[in-house]
Every structure is written in C-alpha cells, then in structure tokens.
Design a protein around this ligand. Structure first.
Ligand code: AMP
Length: 129
C-alpha cells in the first residue's frame, strides 16, 4: 500500500483499497454492515480492538463527506459508528474514534474512514512536540 498522504482536494478514486474492499475485490474481516456503512478490522491494529468504519458511497475525506453527503447518509453513517461500538461492548469502558484528513492529519487511504479503537486505555490523545 502506498504511504503517500491523501490530497483531500482530489476527486474520489474508485480504485482505492477501501473501494475494492466494498466491492469484495480484496478480503476484509467484516464486523458490521448496514445500508450506510461497512466496518472491518484494521489490518495493522494498534489496540486490541481496531475497526475501520466507512460509508458505502465514495467520499475522499471528512471534508468531502460533510460537504456533499445527504443528511440521511451522514446520520446513517454516524449511527452506524455508534452501533459498532455497542455491538463490540465498548460503551461502558469507553473507546476512541479518530478520523485523519489529508497530509497533516496522516490520512493514507482516500476513502473516509473512522478508526474505532478500544480494549485498552488509549492514553494521551497526542504526544506533545
Ligand atoms: P489512515 O492513515 O487514517 O488513512 O488509516 C488507514 C488505515 O487503513 C491504517 O490503519 C491501515 O492499517 C488500514 N488498512 C490499510 N489497508 C487495509 C486493508 N486492506 N484492510 C484493513 N485495513 C487496512
């Protein structure tokens, strides 16, 4: 996989790796699926639970999604993220959501995805510079 940061101003690339996962062209370990979202295990987990939740339609980033997605789709996606956490039994002990956007955010895959991480104390949000 290319580690080139995403340019969030570029149009959506339907050949990106998460688009291929949605089409079933490359394998993934499904955690949850509904009309709006698909959730699967991150291939390189950084916590005991590390799931990626993605909308089923193609949006490059949070910027693209928040600007262009219909309200029903935004609501459906955000509800799906909450459902995944509940399904995984993470509500009581808590969990962390991360969305990386563009070069400074550290986004590598150009299909918006929320990292849902749990199963341990996540520690400080960022390491101070
Ligand atoms: P980001 O830096 O926010 O774009 O995160 C991309 C995430 O996608 C990383 O945590 C990768 O480990 C994960 N990833 C890349 N390829 C795959 C894949 N084929 N299946 C599951 N997770 C993947």
């Amino acid at each position: 996989m290319s580690l080139t940061p995403v340019d969030p101003t570029k149009p959506y690339d339907p050949e990106n790796i998460f688009a291929k996962i949605l089409r079933g062209e490359i394998p993934s370990t499904k955690v949850y699926e509904d009309e709006w979202a698909y959730a699967f295990n991150d291939i390189a987990p950084v916590a005991p639970i590390h799931v990626l939740v993605i909308p089923k339609n193609g949006y490059v980033s949070w910027d693209d999604f928040s600007e262009k997605a219909p309200a029903e789709e935004i609501a459906g996606f955000i509800r799906a993220v909450g459902k995944v956490a509940r399904q995984l039994g993470l509500v009581e002990e808590g969990y962390r959501l991360i969305n990386n956007i563009g070069p400074n955010g550290g986004q590598i895959v150009p299909h918006i995805h929320v990292h849902l991480m749990g199963g341990r104390v996540m520690g400080p949000m960022l390491t101070p510079e």
